[in-house]
Write a protein that binds this ligand. Structure first.
Ligand code: FSX
Ligand code: SF4
Ligand code: F3S
Length: 311
């Protein structure tokens, strides 16, 4: 089975070495010791179980799915699709209309108490949820019918976790994060969009160790959200000595000036962007020259704006 897996990867132009590099990166992001790399590789190469997933989309922009499906190494999306048994996902499924809705309810029934519900987007709660509907049903109604049947609920993105832009003032629809809207406990992976490696890390943790990772009081896995962006930022030496003018050609100059004065919210934002980075470890906002806007914090549209103004 393992050989078959590596042959399949090779056909896509991915060597065993590339794959092991990805597993090393994932293991480090999960906060596990490097001795676990072969075990992590095995989760993909010789999967023992494929947890059924029902993926719901509510009030959001689908950036979270896009982040998952497009921006990692091009082959990682396939690894993830192979690792999970995705029963329902509006963006990638072939079915449409009534057929798609039937699949949703049939899979929730078939895998009752066993499936993991991944949710993208916030839920409108005022006026019986009238501010958000799919196929004539409100998000609120769909959430109430499907989510309580799941073994675990994973909120993918700030909108599902805390309401995101939908919940920004004046919020006429009464949008809330999934946990608040339905009164259920959720595992939260905030970020607008969130980093897909943190979802993969959460799932691999679940398969490998048989449990969800340790969470903080906002339901966020500590391996990813245990430290502030600022604590892990490369530009801290400049933050600590702001009078310091970067010497042309120096190592600090290559990293760039601290962006605190142009509104960086790194000091109050919990996320692993500086270490996990995006696009398979290529870059992250500050490295690309943009201040952190605090996209993974609750109420960030209300609390972190105006952007580009010093805190
Ligand atoms: Fe929200 Fe995700 Fe931002 Fe967009 O689904 S976290 S608006 S990237 O797409 O929910
Ligand atoms: Fe902190 Fe932002 Fe400055 Fe980095 S750029 S050191 S995160 S304030
Ligand atoms: Fe978001 Fe800040 Fe990371 S804006 S992507 S939490 S650097």
């Amino acid at each position: 089975m393992e050989n078959e897996f590596y042959n399949r990867l090779e056909k896509k132009g991915v060597s065993r070495r590339d794959f092991m590099k990805f597993c090393t990166y994932l293991t480090a992001t999960m906060g596990l010791s490097s001795s676990m790399v072969p075990k992590v590789a095995e989760v993909f190469a010789a999967p023992k179980e494929r947890p059924p997933i029902i993926w719901l989309n509510f009030g959001e922009c689908t950036g979270c799915s896009e982040a998952m499906l497009r921006t990692m190494y091009p082959w990682v999306d396939e690894l993830v699709v192979d690792l999970l048994s995705i029963e329902y996902h509006e963006t990638i499924m072939a079915a449409a209309g009534h057929q798609a809705e039937e699949i949703l309810y049939a899979s929730a029934k078939k895998y009752k108490g066993k499936f993991v519900c991944v949710v993208e987007g916030a839920i409108a709660t005022k006026y019986d949820g009238a501010y958000g509907k799919i196929g004539g049903k409100t998000f609120l109604q769909i959430g109430k019918e499907i989510i309580p049947q799941a073994a675990a609920v994973v909120c993918m993105g700030t909108c599902a976790c805390f309401g995101g832009i939908q919940a920004a003032k004046p919020n006429p629809g009464g949008y809330k994060g999934v946990g608040d809207a339905l009164g259920v406990k959720t595992l939260n992976l905030p970020g607008c969009p969130p980093n897909p490696v943190n979802l993969i890390g959460t799932v691999v943790n679940y398969i490998l160790l048989g449990k969800l990772p340790a969470l903080d009081n906002l339901g966020r896995p500590l391996f990813a959200y245990g430290k502030t962006v600022h604590d892990q930022c490369d530009r801290r030496s400049h933050f600590e000595n702001e009078e310091f003018v970067l010497e042309f050609g120096s190592e600090e100059a290559a990293l760039g000036y601290c962006l605190y004065k142009v509104g960086c919210r790194g000091p109050e934002t919990y996320n692993n962007c500086p270490t996990a980075k995006f696009n398979g470890g290529t870059s992250w906002p500050v490295q690309a020259g943009h201040p952190c806007i605090g996209c993974s914090q609750p109420n960030f549209w209300d609390q972190m704006t105006p952007f580009y103004k010093e805190m």
